[in-house]
Write a protein of this length. Sequence first.
Length: 196
Amino acid sequence: MDDIQKFIQRNFRRILAAGGLLFSLLALSLLLNSQPSTLVWMATGSIPNGSRITSNDVKLVKVDLTEDALHYESKSDSVTGKFATRLLEPGDLIAVTDVTQQSSNSTSTFLPIGVAVDDLPADLAVGDLVDVYVIPKDQGVLPALVAHRIPVQYIDDKSRALGGSVAVSLSANSTVTSIIVTAESQGRLVLARDPF
């Protein structure tokens, strides 16, 4: 008994250091084993409501959702080719209710237009709502509002970087599409971001 007490007294610091080291290794092991284990889909860019999701719009990320994992689209659920049921922002995890097999915008068309790089906001992004104006070729006719609060479906960032005409795709119903196409034939289109 005395030998054990003497051994502890002489080696107390070593015993304490070894115990601290073992405790640290145990804590580190627990932390490493608690890594996120569920792979779910996350939006990498803005995905407007009603638009078809492409492989460029999403990526798989590891998250720790525990019992909530069933509420999100996982690796086994392919979201590519489905349609967004709401505006998805970059970084949003895609819930089961955020996508559907059929387009809710069956009456909407995606209208490609060419807009001069100076005729749209420099920071315009997919999912923004824009007002479309026309500046007529005829000097005697005043510029006019053509369409209000139209969602931006796509912006060609390569053509924007080069300057000149930027390819933009808008999501509109057939009536508004007809109005915008008519306006485009009469003059230059200008896009203004809708603040609300």
